[in-house]
Design a protein around this ligand. Sequence first.
Ligand code: SF4
Length: 320
Amino acid sequence: MIRKTFFINKYDYGKNVVDLNEYVISFGTNCNLGCEYCYLKFSKTPTIPVIYKNYQKLEEEAKVLFSNSDRELFYFNLGETTDSLLTEKHFEFLQKIIEIISFLAKKYKKFCYIELRTKTNNILKLNKNLFFENMKLIYASSLSLNETIKKFEHNTATLNQRIESLKFAESLGFYLAIRLEPIIIYPVYGIKYEDIIFSVENIIEKYKSLIKLVLETINLKKIHSITMSTLRLTKKQFKILKERKSKLCFFEMFLCQDAKFRYSRPIRTTIYNKIIEFIKSTNDEILKKTLLSFEFDYIWQDCNLKIKKLTDVKDETQNC
Ligand code: SF4
């Protein structure tokens, strides 16, 4: 399929949401992994996953971006409009894009991070080390609790498979990113007001175990960043899912300034604060790489987190 609109776009986070300074490369669209909350199902996209083949257009856009900008560092996210590693074709096209960006980054004296974000374990099929000049590749795994995966992320890899994949990606030379997105409170459907605290505490404890497990498994020096955000749904999604009696929606979700429904501020800040506290107690250095995602500045403040961008996070080589 031919892409007619831009391949490369500055990420549009939405009104008053903190900008993490990413560009999205939309090399494909749609995904058949079937996450119940996925915005792609509610957008105008082809009905099956597609890859855009006209990479010459992407090359032209990257040239313009690099030649017109004084900045030296770019962060590209290749997992926004499709799962980065969904199929073999995704792999093939990704390699092409990475070669193009690497060549141009060198030519225009830029440095790039390329994030490949996935809920699969398809990286296990990749049997080669990837090294490119003027860039670092980041393997970003969205980690969810097993019960969330079973309920809402139907065809995706299990938590253990996702963690195993992180370890494997590390062995291939990738930097690693942990994406705790979206954090979903469960159960919420049909619960009473007084049961919310239990559901929230329950989720926090399970996330602590998840984080402990992953931090014990991977090389901490290879972590580029940890981001977290709780569930957010567009107005349209919220309406449709509520009508379908989806177990995602409940009465403690409110419309925010960016026109997305989220859990209430006290719920979000409680979850973030407890997780941040836990990360700090486990490894203080990792806290410097921890960011909120798709949140407002007042939530960062509630969590005593200094606002930073993905391009501000210092990796292993910069720390030396
Ligand atoms: S893996 Fe990502 S892109 Fe695919 S359905 Fe789930 S949320 Fe959507």
